[in-house]
Write a protein that binds this ligand. Structure first.
Ligand SMILES: CC(=O)[C@@H](O)[C@H](O)COP(=O)(O)O
Length: 252
């Protein structure tokens, strides 16, 4: 449930870097995605055809402010996106560091406050910092989207303890891992931890077969969620025989 919208797919998909528009369309369908994120910067020349493709997908559009490095740029881009796509949903990125694309959480909170007050449903791309999370919620966000790893790195969940702490700190808040996932197993792990959904792009778009990879991620997300609901056994330091010894014959 995101901003009052019930979704059955827990895989949100990015739409950049695919080998062709046809492969993008097939990947969206193979992923079973109901929400796709779109950068306003794709709306250059030829943007009309791209917009038609995403409209035909039937997915809910989550425009993003990818590539924005300041509060002003992000807020302006969000307003343009609202006009262009006719939605108040915005994946808010305020990038703070050029090499790692780490979110500027200070700017993010400021931009989130401005946009939420202006009626936007803000999906903030943040870190696993708990205080930043609290401030984003206080600013009006109803969802938090911590990074798994830097965008496009495919490193998976770099700070498992931090992400676990975040899940524990915000039990009632929808949490979506956004960025840095490289393999379906990493998406499954996020879901096993109790994250509500994952958002990814590069791992699918840059796979040798993006459509097959989209399907693999969909299966992994489903498996991870099912495992979370089933209740994972707690890990142990020492061995414990899985075959009971009680009742065994004593030889000698
Ligand atoms: C498209 C988009 O929004 C990305 O910025 C997003 O954060 C996904 O990151 P990956 O490409 O690492 O999956």
């Amino acid at each position: 449930m995101l901003y009052g919208t019930a979704l059955s797919s827990r895989l949100l998909l990015g739409t950049a870097q695919y080998p062709s528009p046809a492969i993008l369309a097939e990947a969206i369908s193979a992923a079973g995605a109901e929400v796709i994120t779109v950068s306003l910067r794709r709306e250059g020349p030829g943007g009309g055809a791209f917009r038609e493709l995403i409209r035909a997908s039937g997915c809910r559009i989550l425009p993003n402010t990818a590539g924005c490095h300041s509060v002003k740029e992000s807020v302006t881009t969000a307003h343009m996106a609202r006009e262009l796509f006719g939605t108040n949903w915005i994946k808010l990125e305020v990038i703070g560091h050029a090499d790692t694309l780490q979110p500027d959480v200070f700017g993010l909170v400021e931009a989130a406050r401005i946009l939420a007050a202006d009626g936007f449903a803000v999906f903030p791309y943040t870190t696993e910092d708990l205080i930043a999370g609290e401030r984003l919620l206080a600013a009006g966000c109803e969802v938090l989207m911590p990074w798994g790893a830097p965008i496009g790195s495919g490193q998976g969940l770099r700070n498992r303890e931090g992400l676990r702490a975040m899940r524990a700190a915000f039990p009632g808040v929808p949490l979506v891992i956004d960025a840095g996932l490289g393999a379906p197993s990493q998406a499954a792990e996020a879901m096993e931890m109790g994250y509500d959904a994952v958002l990814l792009n590069t791992a699918v778009a840059k796979a040798a077969d993006p459509v097959a990879m989209a399907r693999a991620f969909a299966l992994a997300v489903e498996a991870g969620r099912a495992a979370h609901l089933a209740g994972l056994m707690p890990p142990r330091d020492m061995a414990r025989p899985s075959t009971p010894v009680f009742g065994m014959a004593e030889l000698a």
